[in-house]
Design a protein around this ligand. Structure first.
Ligand code: ZN
Length: 342
C-alpha cells in the first residue's frame, strides 16, 4: 500500500473559499458572518474525482492523509472566533471527502489558531475531529501571525496543552505554516521552508521530547533546510551540550518526501535514516507544473523514491510502514474505512 501523508483539499468547491472571504469582510465590518454555503455530495465528488483521486490513480498511490488547504488556513486573518468557525467548516469538508471516498482519504485537522491567542482554544476542535471524524493527526502552525513570528517558540509551555492532547489521542502534528502576510516572504517558496526549519530548530533545542517522550512531529517539505544542513544542526547540538542529534530528535521527528527533484530525494535518504522518512507529495499543491528535464510533474514524488538505491524493504517503510507507526490511529482507521469502502 502506498500512503501519501501530505495532501490538502486545494480543489474544494468555490463557494467554500467564497464564504471565507465573506466571513472576513463581515468581521472587518463588525457584522456577523453570512450562513455557510450549501455544497452537495456531487459537487464534492466532482472536485475529487477530477483532482486528487485522478492523480492517485495516475501515479499509483492508494491513500492520502488529507487536510484543509494550508495556505487557506489564514490564522493571521480575523480573530479567534473567525478561526474557530473557519477551522470547523474546513474540517467538516475534509470529513465529507473521507466519508465519500473512505478507501482513498483519511483526515487530518487544521486548528483554529490565531496569533497571540493561547492554543488551548484548539482543544475542543482536536477532540471533535478525532472522536467524531476519526482524524489521525493535526497540522500545527508555529507562526499563526503569517510571517511575523509573534507567538512563543514551540519549545515554550504555551504549546503544551496541544502536546498533551497529541499524546492522549496518539496523533502526530505536521509543523505547517499558512499563507505569509509579510511581503518579505513568498508563501510556498520561503515561508513554508522557513517554517519547517524554524520548527525543527525550536524543537531540537527544547525539553519537549523529555516532557513528552512519545510525541511525534512531521517536518514537511523534506524537512526544509534541515537534511541539507544536518552537519550544522549536529554541530549546534554538540556545542549546546545537548548530545548527539540523532539521539536527541529521531524518536520524535520525521521528515516527509515533498522534495521536487531526484537529487534532493537522494540527499534526504542518505542523511536521514529510512525509519524517519514518510512518503508524501502534496499533490495539486504548491508546484503544479511539469519538469521539462523529466517530462513528469515536479510533485510526482513517487517516481523519485522508485529510483532511489534502496532495498524493497526500505522503500516499503517509506511508502507505508512508517506512516502506520507515526500516525498511531492510522491502521485502525484504514480498517474501519475500508469496511465501509466504495
Ligand atoms: Zn502542505
Amino acid at each position: 500500500m502506498i500512503i501519501d501523508c501530505h495532501g490538502h483539499y486545494t480543489t474544494a468547491p468555490r463557494q467554500h473559499e467564497g464564504w471565507r472571504n465573506e466571513q472576513i469582510e463581515a468581521h472587518k465590518a463588525g457584522k456577523p458572518p453570512p450562513p455557510r454555503p450549501r455544497m452537495t455530495d456531487d459537487e464534492i465528488r466532482e472536485t475529487i474525482v477530477g483532482g486528487q483521486l485522478k492523480v492517485q490513480r495516475e501515479r499509483g498511490t492508494d491513500l492520502t492523509i488529507f487536510s484543509p488547504r494550508a495556505a487557506g488556513m489564514g490564522h493571521h486573518l480575523g480573530d479567534a472566533s473567525t478561526s474557530e468557525a473557519w477551522a470547523s467548516a474546513c474540517n467538516e469538508l475534509i470529513h465529507r471527502v473521507c466519508s465519500l471516498f473512505p478507501k482513498n482519504f483519511i483526515g487530518v485537522a487544521m486548528l483554529p489558531q490565531s496569533a497571540r491567542v493561547s492554543p488551548k482554544n484548539c482543544i475542543p476542535e482536536i477532540d471533535r475531529c478525532v472522536n467524531e471524524y476519526g482524524f489521525v493527526g493535526i497540522n500545527l502552525n508555529p507562526d499563526p501571525s503569517g510571517g511575523h513570528w509573534q507567538d512563543p517558540p514551540l519549545s515554550d509551555r504555551y504549546w503544551y496543552p496541544v502536546y498533551e492532547k497529541m499524546v492522549e489521542h496518539d496523533i502526530p502534528a505536521m509543523i505547517h505554516v499558512s499563507a505569509a502576510c509579510n511581503p518579505a516572504y513568498h508563501t510556498t517558496g520561503s515561508h513554508y521552508l522557513n517554517g519547517d526549519t524554524v520548527g525543527f530548530n525550536q524543537l531540537m533545542t527544547s525539553s519537549v521530547f523529555k516532557d513528552f517522550p512519545t510525541i511525534k512531529f512531521i517536518i514537511p517539505h523534506g524537512g526544509g533546510a534541515v537534511p541539507y544542513h544536518w552537519g550544522r544542526f549536529r554541530g549546534l547540538a554538540q556545542d549546546a551540550k545537548l548530545g548527539l542529534l540523532t539521539d536527541l530528535v529521531l524518536r520524535n521527528i520525521f521528515f516527509d518526501t515533498c522534495v521536487y527533484h531526484l537529487p534532493g530525494q537522494q540527499l534526504l535518504a542518505k542523511v536521514i535514516p529510512v525509519d524517519n522518512i514518510l512518503f508524501a507529495s502534496e499533490m495539486i499543491g504548491a508546484v503544479r507544473g511539469i519538469d521539462p528535464e523529466t517530462g513528469y510533474h515536479y510533485d510526482d514524488t513517487k517516481r523519485y523514491i522508485d529510483q532511489l538505491a534502496l532495498s524493497a524493504e526500505d522503500k516499503a517503510k517509506i511508502f507505508e510502514a512508517n506512516a502506520r507507526r507515526v500516525y498511531g490511529r492510522l491502521s485502525g482507521m484504514i480498517e474501519k474505512q475500508s469496511a465501509r469502502g466504495v
